[in-house]
Design a protein around this ligand. Sequence first.
Ligand code: NAP
Length: 210
Amino acid sequence: MRQTNQKSLNHKRLGIMGGTFDPIHYGHLVAAEMARYEFNLEKVIFIPTGVPPHKIERKITSSEFRYQMVSLAIEDNAFFDVSRIEIERTGLTYTVDTIRLMQQEYHEYELYFITGADAFREIFTWRKANEILELTQFIGASRPGFDARVFLNQLQQELPELYERMHFLEVPALAISSTDIRSRVKKGQSIRYLLPEPVRIFIEEKRLYR
Ligand code: NAP
């Protein structure tokens, strides 16, 4: 597993944190903060997904609620921001479209797309993976125990250019997962300290994940 933090002298760097965030939790926040620090990112923009192409079968919380939870979670960090770019797009949201738009808006920046290493494992199925790799670097935030070897071998063979632009960050706090939080709420268990308190209160008030 490689972890690089080469500094580009010509470009400012911007992190784009993509995820469903259903709900956002401390694992995501620690991952974004570690990426910001390790890769000298000027700031990190969280982009909650609209209708993700790989989730049309599973019911996810409304985009607006997921956006609001992200807003609550990042409000005390001046280096973090949240964007509505995906939730306002109609139809399925593909990462390639998002990155194209971000590239136009932040053309003076070098983009770093951050998401879960688990999610990156599926990148061969993403629309226009080859084009994405031309526009951005990748940071895969991995859970403890994540084994990247099979993925990296496949990547090296199928998309060697992407292999060069792929970085991994091991994030112990990613032992927390959205799936586990949803399941805990459903079972009536506590989710305190797994996510920021304003997000926990939001979940309670809106009676999410029951
Ligand atoms: P997912 O399939 O829900 O998540 C896969 C794994 O990655 C889960 O373990 C998840 O943990 C983790 N994860 C997701 N986002 C993360 C983040 N920002 N930081 C750390 N861990 C994260 O993945 P997803 O959230 O729907 O998609 C991730 C990103 O990939 C999104 O930006 C999505 O648009 C993009 N994507 C694009 C395409 C495409 O363009 N065709 C296809 C798939 C995904 P938690 O459940 O705890 O978050």
